[in-house]
Design a protein around this ligand. Structure first.
Ligand SMILES: N[C@@H](CCC[C@H](N)C(=O)O)C(=O)O
Length: 364
């Protein structure tokens, strides 16, 4: 039996705004301690394939009354219906915005929804909008700090799975998606993984953008960046959004990413004067010529469990610095991504998972 549960909690305490959550048992492998008490307040928890969710003050009801389709079709004014997805723990609130080219919520509302204590909790909010210039859809995204990036790699895999869900598509499908980084083409594969044509990397210093001096072909490869008195070896790559990749310091010390004090050093890269649009930063350890391990500090979102554009950018950086081949597995805190920078078309291809977490609603 499919089961849905709702809870109500306060989104922004001073204004007493209400937020309600709906969970479906889709993707759940077991519901060991779930006991229904339609009228009651009861603590319970349940397990999914990828996470453990606990909730209090919940009432529950059978999903026959509320299928995913009818749930997302609901159009009550003042209520926002959404679906939460994650790509390797990089999590997003997906909103069906196919009827308008204006985001259904403002940036400040996205900040509240992304709050992990007073909201739903997410690294960003993603809007599925009508396509432009002949594309199937447009994807826009707000970071958890409300800023709007050009692209999101894990997000676009979630986007593809979300479209398949709301369009009721099964099996292999690909879509053309207009983003701030241009045309992006995700393809849902038979095994459920999503392979994405992420387009070409941008290397010219002023286009990344960075104020660091470009070298060969004006790209910034193995340049020196002084952060807090320490001289780092960095390469700058844009995947539509800016990335600064480092394998270690200029004195030749390679990184041990597990030892890094990410929350101390990350913001200093993000807000460094050399990055006029701020930057995402990838701290990378080379395990072999086809295997990398990284931790990321994201612009506008902080430390996240994975960054798709970051994984693509760091393979480009690793190739440009002569450290790896063009096809690599990148281990992120949330799991691995397969990345290939193809010589034939100069495009980068990223393959990885995207998973539905739950359906929910929020009173705006
Ligand atoms: N996590 C994303 C990147 C999201 C945007 C980033 N924070 C930025 O501001 O550029 C990914 O998977 O690529």
């Amino acid at each position: 039996m499919e089961i849905a549960a709702t809870r109500t909690l306060t989104l922004s305490p001073p204004q007493s705004r209400q937020f309600s959550h709906t969970f479906f048992s889709k993707n759940l492998v077991s519901l060991p301690s779930l006991r229904f008490n339609p009228s009651g307040r009861r603590n319970f928890s349940f397990k999914s394939t990828n996470l453990r969710v606990s909730a209090t003050s919940m009432s529950a009801f059978a999903a026959e009354k509320l299928s995913p389709e009818t749930f997302l079709d609901k159009k009550e004014s003042g209520i926002l219906h959404f679906v939460k997805y994650h790509g390797l723990g990089n999590d997003f609130i997906l909103i069906d915005n196919r009827d308008s080219s204006e985001p259904k919520i403002a940036q400040e509302q996205a900040v509240k929804l992304c709050d992990r204590n007073f909201g739903v909790g997410a690294d960003g909010v993603i809007f599925a909008m009508p396509g432009v210039n002949g594309t199937d859809y447009t994807m826009r995204i707000f970071n958890s700090d409300g800023s709007e990036p050009e692209m999101c790699g894990n997000g676009v895999r979630c986007f593809a799975r979300f479209i398949a869900e709301i369009e009721n598509l099964q099996g292999n499908h690909s879509f053309t998606i207009h983003t701030g980084a241009g045309l992006i083409i995700p393809e849902i594969q038979d095994d459920g993984q999503v392979k994405v044509d992420m387009g070409e990397p941008i290397l010219r210093a002023e286009d990344v953008p960075t104020r660091l001096q470009g070298n060969k072909g004006e790209s910034v490869v193995a340049a020196e960046l002084v952060v807090d008195g320490v001289s780092w070896n960095v390469t700058c790559v844009s995947m539509g959004n800016p990335h600064c990749i480092t394998f270690g310091t200029k004195d030749g010390q390679d990184l041990r990413v597990d030892e890094l004090k990410l929350s101390e050093i990350g913001p200093k890269f993000e807000h460094h004067e050399m990055f006029p649009a701020r930057t995402n930063t990838e701290f990378v350890e080379v395990l072999s010529r086809s295997h990398l391990k990284m931790r990321v500090w994201e612009r506008g979102a902080g430390a996240t469990l994975a960054c798709g554009t970051g994984a693509c950018a760091l393979v480009v950086a690793a190739v440009l610095e002569g450290r790896t081949d063009r096809k690599c597995t990148v281990d992120l805190p949330g799991g691995p991504l397969e990345i290939e920078w193809k010589e034939e078309d100069n495009h980068i291809y990223m393959t990885g998972p995207a998973d539905l977490v739950f359906y929910g609603s929020a009173l705006l």
